[in-house]
Write a protein that binds this ligand. Structure first.
Ligand code: COA
Length: 259
């Protein structure tokens, strides 16, 4: 399918979804949300794709937040519907394959919320992060008040949500908001290296690992440990488990098939 506000390119087992509105700093319009959800629906069932990278077009921004021009005229009901369960954020959250945010500049508001819905965040040294909604007289609505404290702790999340101040990439790395930072000209190479490394692993084990790790912040320890052992047991029903164990014993590289 072709899209107006995003592009999707495949490189081996990795798909790269780019928000493509650089003149508006890749702000998340309702069209971006709709096209993002449609693209994820396609990629979800495309067995040739094992890892997804999400980034923003241009040099300046990953995503500078929700498209503020669309806030005018929104009612509580239409705005609530825009961030419903089938939002871009939730489609990323429930995407069964690993998703890496490649944060190449401003990562603000809904942009930071979208990055946090991804599984791993890689950022350029010039990236900037904030939840600036408070400056517009509103608050986070795409998961910011829930995912940010889980990633960086309540005090730091509270300061970001209440001041709207930007933090730089080094601070974001120190806080644990991003996994790694790189000079801008190395970000893509390093992100693709990581994506390709993950893409070689067994797809079902990746999916179940992702589900288990996400469950950790959504349950208590006993429930989480029970869920983990159930998912671990499911791995023992896969062909890839046989292949992984045989390859180890035969001292060769495994060839995982996602079965
Ligand atoms: N929604 C809609 N348009 C946006 C946008 C957003 N979130 N962020 C940037 N843009 C648009 C600008 O309106 C401008 O469009 P124009 O050229 O048609 O006037 C274009 O993108 C470039 O942005 P500009 O503000 O001129 O760039 P800058 O370098 O001076 O400032 C920012 C960059 C990121 C500091 C500034 O754009 C900004 O504060 N954006 C809003 C961030 C925000 O509050 N996001 C949360 C929304 S809930």
């Amino acid at each position: 399918m072709s899209y107006e506000t995003i592009t999707v390119e495949k490189s081996g087992k990795v798909a790269v979804l780019t928000i493509n509105r650089p003149d508006k700093l890749n702000a998340l319009s309702s069209k971006v949300h709709a096209e993002g959800v449609a693209a994820l629906d396609e990629l979800r069932v495309d067995d040739s794709v094992r890892v997804l990278v999400i980034t923003g077009a241009g040099e300046k921004a990953f995503i500078a937040g929700a498209d503020i021009s669309e806030f005018e005229g929104q009612t509580p009901v239409t705005q609530r519907n825009a961030f419903h369960e089938r939002s871009f954020f939730n489609s990323i959250d429930t995407f069964p394959k690993p998703v890496i945010a490649m944060v190449n500049g401003f990562c603000l508001g809904g942009g930071n919320e979208l990055a946090m819905a991804c599984d791993i965040r890689m950022a350029s040294e010039n990236a900037r992060f904030s939840q600036p909604e408070i400056n517009l007289g509103i608050m986070c609505g795409g998961g910011g008040t829930q995912r940010l404290p889980r990633l960086i702790g309540e005090g730091r999340a509270m300061e970001m949500a209440l001041t709207g101040d930007m933090i730089d990439a080094a601070t974001a790395e120190r806080f644990g908001l991003v996994n790694h930072i790189y000079p801008s000209d190395q970000l893509e190479v390093e992100t693709m290296k990581l994506a390709e490394k993950i893409a070689e692993k067994a797809p079902i084990a990746l999916q179940l690992s992702k589900e288990a790790v996400k469950f950790a912040s959504r349950s208590n320890l006993d429930e989480g440990l029970r869920r983990e052992v159930d998912l671990f047991a499911i791995c023992f029903s896969t062909e890839d488990k046989k292949e992984g164990v045989s390859a180890f014993l035969e001292k060769r590289k495994p060839e995982f098939k996602g079965k």
